[in-house]
Design a protein around this ligand. Structure first.
Ligand SMILES: [Zn+2]
Length: 414
């Protein structure tokens, strides 16, 4: 039994038409008109397939394909249908539409598994105006509470709680999500890699066994604004040149270490004028690694170098941590099952950590979870050029299809 790759590719193109923009990309953030339409389409299509649809408090869409009833609970597959502004057509929808394709393949082959199979589309996975990325999965597992949603508004002042009601979620349904946990026996998410590790290894897919932790802090460098003509070089306390040295130190340390990535992707210069020595720089330091200790060590080592720079350049550094997401170890049994399935299929696959956070990282706190990555061409994502080859997509789809069949057999043995 195999998935129908042509039907899947048509689905991916059809869904990409919702929110298609003038640059050829997809702009479909959750709660936008395009998102409303695509939700409607998805619900209609899975209902037509005979699936039982549930929409929870976070407006996550669940579709259930009943099993033979021999084992309790469900094996869940899915991802998200929202996109970043001007994103591609694979990040998110590939996982959801593949889940739909897998169930279609089971229906066509007249196969009912011992467990139910559920497909899920999580709400607002991407960064959004409510500042709550992976919103759907985090809410589902209880990491975002009803109280947190109550206060959330976007830049235009719209309330998240109102937006949820428009897509059949809502705060009054938040409590129900906790009761859904025990019934989910496993979760597998298919996603594009968004990096180049698979391409470099010339391998189509990877089973993901952990998701890296992410640390972010705001950093303020205080120097002294002054006239750029009359202040001699020796008399300056230039916050920007100090910050530049600090940022280069991050790059140097992380490059030398190898098992950690560090980034300064946002920086503000004040007063930001051609004839004034910069007096204040605000930037965000981000560090990601597979182990909490590695993140901790890296941050401490960077801070030590920064202190030396601050003393030498006579600037002040203020730092505040606003995110310290722990690395997430995914489920060894599901990982092993997928790796064994790939062997049965005679398809090589790597075992990798994910360097980006996905819904599976949160689902791992309530059920046995793992991920499959499919090779991204040139490692591109969050842009219209995002692409994965149909052959690679097909292999990854068949891996999950046969992976859940194997998992269905072995799950109750654990
Ligand atoms: Zn994604």
């Amino acid at each position: 039994m195999r998935i129908n790759i042509h039907r899947l590719l048509m689905d991916i193109d059809r869904y990409a038409a919702y929110g298609k923009n003038e640059y050829g990309g997809v702009t479909r953030p959750s709660f936008s008109p395009a998102d409303h339409e695509v939700r409607q389409l998805f619900i209609e299509e899975i209902t037509e397939m005979g699936m039982q649809v549930t929409i929870d408090g976070a407006a996550n869409i669940w579709g259930r394909y009943k099993g033979a009833g021999k084992k309790e609970g469900s094996i869940v597959i899915g991802s998200h249908l929202d996109s970043v502004p001007n994103g591609g057509k694979y990040d998110g929808p590939l996982g959801v539409l593949m889940a739909k394709e897998i169930v279609k393949s089971l229906i066509e082959s007249n196969i009912r598994l011992d467990h139910d199979i559920e497909i899920v589309s999580f709400t607002a996975e991407e960064s959004n105006d409510f500042n709550l990325s992976t919103f759907g999965s985090r809410s589902f597992v209880g990491r975002i509470t009803a109280e947190m949603v109550e206060g959330a508004r976007d830049l235009k002042g719209a309330r998240l709680s109102d937006e949820l009601i428009k897509v059949n979620g809502g705060l009054d349904k938040f409590g129900m999500m906790k009761n859904m946990h025990s019934e989910k026996k496993a979760f597998i998410e298919l996603h594009i890699e968004q990096g180049q590790r698979l391409e470099n290894a010339n391998i189509s897919m990877a089973v993901i066994n952990s998701v890296v932790g992410t640390y972010r802090s705001t950093v303020r460098v205080l120097g002294q604004s002054n006239h750029s003509g009359t202040t001699m070089m020796n008399d300056r306390k230039d916050a920007l040149t100090a910050a530049s040295e600090m940022i280069l130190a991050v790059e140097r340390y992380c490059s030398d270490k190898g098992n950690v990535v560090g980034t300064v992707g946002k920086l503000t210069v004040s007063p930001n004028a051609a004839n004034i020595i910069p007096g204040q720089i605000d930037f965000i330091l981000e560090v990601r690694a597979e182990k909490s200790e590695t993140i901790q060590e890296t941050v401490e080592a960077i801070q030590e170098v920064w202190r030396e720079i601050a003393t030498r350049r006579e600037v002040e550094i203020q730092q505040e941590v606003f995110l310290n997401q722990k690395p997430e170890v995914l489920d060894q049994d599901v990982v092993t099952c997928l790796v064994e399935t790939a062997k049965e299929m005679n398809e090589p696959c790597l075992i990798l950590p994910s360097m980006a956070v996905h819904d599976a990282a949160h689902m791992a706190s309530v059920t046995k979870s793992a991920m499959v990555f499919v090779k991204s061409i040139d490692g591109k994502s969050h842009c219209p050029e995002e692409y994965s080859h149909p052959d690679d997509i097909e292999k990854a789809g068949n891996l999950i299809l046969h992976g859940i069949i194997n998992l269905d057999h072995i799950l109750s043995e654990y």
